[in-house]
Design a protein around this ligand. Sequence first.
Ligand SMILES: C[S@@+](CC[C@H](N)C(=O)[O-])C[C@H]1O[C@@H](n2cnc3c(N)ncnc32)[C@H](O)[C@@H]1O
Length: 202
Amino acid sequence: MDLMSYVGEQFHKPIGLGGRLATFVMNRQNQRQYLGTEAILELGTSDAVLDIGFGNGYMLNRLADRNSCHFYGIDISHDMLDVAKKRNKKHIEDGRMSLSLGSAEQTGLADGLIEKAYTINTVYFWSSLDAGLKEIWRVLRPGGVFINTVYSKAMLDSLPVTKNGYAKYEIGEFLEAGERNGFSVKMVPIAEEKSYSIIYKK
Ligand SMILES: C[S@@+](CC[C@H](N)C(=O)[O-])C[C@H]1O[C@@H](n2cnc3c(N)ncnc32)[C@H](O)[C@@H]1O
């Protein structure tokens, strides 16, 4: 495997030292996406919130430090589950956070449990948009919201690490998939031409 494919794979499923390094770098590069997603979430005091593909748990920790909601998180990587559990030890011990292995397509969570779900830079790795959106519809309460924060296709195309293993979508594809699965959908820019969030309302 060449270096670019290796780095790309560490963003897909971070494992070992390479995965820790990749997610550390990610935390620094993606600050605008974290802030933008947090602003859109507008968390209430008792919301049940889900992070899909939490990586090293940075965003969950940031939100749980500032909000008294109950947080759920799922990720496909055993190693990231360990790292995120360590980072969020206090919130877990306080009974305000539950982290487990799972995927966007199969969260393992109960029907209608979640008021606000979000994912940051994971949709490129889902088996399909429809599979993830159907599962998110199932776990959201009526009126619940899902925020999908991504880099634009043009931005991803400019990065050598995304050459293999990345599904890159245009905004229209995100909007159409949302409507096809019953959501009301809109796009909110985060960084002009580079990054945006799609808001799906059940
Ligand atoms: C690029 S990292 C983003 C991590 C985190 N969201 C952040 O922004 O800091 C992608 C994460 O999504 C996870 N992932 C990949 N495919 C997934 C899927 N189908 N469902 C849930 N998580 C997935 C990976 O294990 C990894 O932790």
